[in-house]
Design a protein. Sequence first.
Length: 451
Amino acid sequence: MSPNPITETVASLMPKAKAELTELVAFKSVADFDQFPKSESAAAANWVADALRAEGFQDVALLDTPDGTQSVYGLLPGPEGAPTVLLYAHYDVQPPLDEAAWTTPPFELTERGGRWYGRGSADCKGGILMHLLALRALKANGGVPVSVKVIAEGSEEQGTGGLERYAEEHPDLLTADTIIIGDAGNFRVGLPTVTATLRGMTLLRVRIDTLEGNLHSGQFGGAAPDALAALVRVLDSLRADDGSTTVDGLTGDEVWDGLQYEEADFRKDAKVLDGVQLVGKGTVADRIWARPAVTVLGIDCPPVVGATPSVQAGARALISLRVPPGVDAAEATKLLQAHLETHTPWGAQVTTEQIGQGQPFRADTTSPAYAAMAEAMGEAYPGEEMQYAGQGGSIPLCNTLAALYPRAEILLIGLSEPEAQIHAVDESVSPQELERLSVAEALFLQKYAAS
């Protein structure tokens, strides 16, 4: 049987895609402008806008969103009466963490061992290339059979809600019959997967103060209340002995009944050290897709090098709480704040500040778009059936779009499979996954238009 022309076209476009991803990864588009220049994000946004114009998109615009970042929008009109599909990705990226720990520079796309390494290569600049490849393949094989809207967000990784607020203020802009969120990933390389659920999240800063200023630990230690010690106690109260998250009033016994994640595979994917136990209880899928999870992201306290023998007057931490479907993120935030206040010892003064929040999401997998995607993925991945999985991470825009457009079908696919190590050192993308998912998206658009 001869190869599908879409498959052949995408394969021929991969060298150009690598060159483009190299350009896009080079922009240090971290939407935290205290760490990275805003000009880097602006340059990345302009790159995306220019790419859309080159593909014939109309009404291409840089949208100034309320959080001070820009999202890129474009419209490619299809045949009269054709459905409209919104394609989403984001061009902002996580900070590279310790650049010296990267095997190759984080903002230089580097091929190694059959993968392309660089910050954002999978999450989610690669998603932008996936959309472009799919559209180019269709244009080369009879044309794009649907109207296409593209929205590339500029602050997804920060959770500051710029695009969500903009969409709410301009509800007609992103209307679509189906929405493809290109910011998820296959359960494993070569296993086509749609993400059926997302945990939501809330980010809180907590600060504890006990003294007007630091004190000599020899002169005052033993009676003076140590703010850092109080903070450690508060943070410890967020976990049971087995590591399960324990926020007062927040349930943690939900069960995941879909695709399971074998513990041995998880240990390998997460690179858990020998002899170290996993935390929590239930199946791995229960723990990472169906239950809340708290993580201490950072603590402000004196570093070991240069520390003085002092009782600390103040200390603070940044806490992330992942919220499973069925739990309101705003309510979970209130419960977390109340928990922190209740468990602060010694009458210490405690303040909390919410930094970001996103609601959990659950897709309707019985919709016609899912049937079309299952067919498309079966062709793009011969011999494999499309799987349904959850994702522990958050994409706050999903719930905003679901609320604004309740009739729209929302599918989540993407390049962030376990080997990609998104958000970590040495993030990478599988070019084979980029190729196959681009084929799948193009085939989906054909099948969806014909359904």
